[in-house]
Design a protein around this ligand. Structure first.
Ligand SMILES: NC(=O)c1ccc[n+]([C@@H]2O[C@H](COP(=O)([O-])OP(=O)(O)OC[C@H]3O[C@@H](n4cnc5c(N)ncnc54)[C@H](O)[C@@H]3O)[C@@H](O)[C@H]2O)c1
Length: 374
């Protein structure tokens, strides 16, 4: 499709003295975006939108935001705005991003980029058509241990990786039994679409961006439907769980284009020892890498296995994770917008991740392996 940039405030890279004018939508994770932008001297937060009236006023006053709106439409309609930061329920990512990109604004969007592949594809296409940045919040891959593992793989290596295991498991971590998180239309799914994007993003990043070509998946929603597993213990065993329409566990086998495979498992809840545990394990012909992050641990999360002089050796790199990776990924977004290299930032990575997760849902529903479109 021919590129047809809309009229917008910024069509060229910004001068170092011009602040980037940003609007933030959403007051949950959105407040983390707001704090990150507010700490950047070359950014001005000019608008904030969200439904919670008191919180909106509080954050607006705290950060001196001039325009406060209850709805995203008013914010996106502001003419003098360079970028929009989206931190709303998943189903709203698509309409907001399309409206913002069409109006010539750059977009920073929370994960997942969208609730399905079709919406994600339209967003990526809109970023291209209107020549704007579309960046997605994959903050987990900016963890220092993930970054170190990537450097080790690039500089030292473990030989060809033939199999990987990747998971995020919680014992009781359903984020709101009655909230949008467990509503299929608003969230697009449950644990898999909520936690899966981070695990899949870190995994594909470490593996050097292979393509997933086929998935075979199952999903279960036993515990959520029964009222068990809420992150907020006060919701435990509610007789009315609202409409718990999504899965609390998903398990899948991926086939990758390089012939390797991945065992992938994500769960919000389970009667098990795993309680907020993230694990990525790479098995290579010359060695292995295991990232194990229990409860967002910041030290001792990485181990590397190989044989040295005929004996098995375990390397434990001393990498400290300071935490709070959102400012890093938001800084990268601002730098991308300011730098003008927009072609490298159209949301393609996020599209592939959503296509994989979408295929998992299809596989679970249809009870068969699904091959992804090239
Ligand atoms: N990257 C991460 O680590 C991470 C962590 C948590 C959540 N998230 C993502 O962030 C997004 C938001 O999650 P959350 O936990 O902040 O949810 P939340 O429910 O706490 O916040 C959602 C916000 O969206 C606002 N909103 C809803 N409809 C709106 C509308 N029409 N106009 C304007 N604002 C509207 C609500 O008022 C609310 O402030 C989700 O996509 C989620 O997946 C990402």
């Amino acid at each position: 499709m021919a590129s047809s940039p809309s009229a917008g405030p910024a069509t060229t890279p910004f001068s170092p003295t011009t602040p980037l004018r940003v609007g933030v939508i959403g007051l949950g994770m959105g407040s983390v975006h707001l704090e990150a932008y507010a700490a950047m001297p070359d950014v001005e937060v000019v608008a904030l939108a969200g439904k919670e009236e008191a919180r909106l006023a509080e954050l607006g006053a705290q950060y001196g935001v001039p325009h406060l709106f209850p709805d995203w439409q008013h914010l996106v309609a502001l003419p003098d705005l360079d970028a929009v930061s989206i931190a709303t329920p998943n189903a709203l990512h698509h309409p907001i991003a399309i409206a913002a990109l069409t109006a010539g604004k750059h977009v920073f969007c929370e994960k997942p980029i969208a609730i399905d592949t079709a919406h994600a594809r339209e967003m990526v296409q809109a970023a291209r058509d209107h020549d704007r940045v579309l960046e997605v919040a994959f903050n987990h891959r900016r963890r220092a241990d993930v970054q170190y593992a990537k450097r080790y793989l690039d500089e030292v290596g473990i030989g060809r990786v033939y199999h990987a295991r990747a998971s995020w498991k919680r014992r009781a971590g359903i984020p709101g039994l009655r909230s949008w998180f467990t509503n299929k239309a608003m969230a697009g799914g449950g644990a898999l679409i909520d936690l899966g994007p981070h695990v899949l993003d870190s995994l594909l990043f470490l593996l050097g961006e292979p393509r997933v070509v086929a998935v075979s998946a199952v999903t279960h929603g036993e515990l959520g439907r029964a009222g068990y597993g809420a992150m907020d213990r006060s919701e435990q065993m509610l007789s009315d769980t609202g409409a718990f329409e999504v899965e609390d566990l998903a398990s899948a086998l991926f086939r990758l284009d390089d012939g390797s495979s991945v065992a992938f498992e994500i769960s919000w809840a389970g009667h098990t020892v795993d309680d907020e545990d993230i694990a990525i394990e790479l098995l290579g012909v010359d060695g292995g890498v295991r990232l194990f992050v229990p409860r967002y641990a910041s030290d001792g999360t990485l181990r590397i296995f190989r044989d040295v002089a005929g004996a098995p050796v375990t390397i434990e790199p001393e990498v400290h994770v300071p935490g709070g990776e959102h400012p890093l990924v938001i800084r990268e977004f601002v730098d991308a917008v300011r730098g003008g290299n927009w072609d490298a930032h159209r949301g393609d990575f996020a599209l592939h991740r959503t296509a994989v997760l979408d295929a998992c849902y299809r596989s679970a529903t249809e009870g068969r392996e699904i091959r992804l479109e090239p």
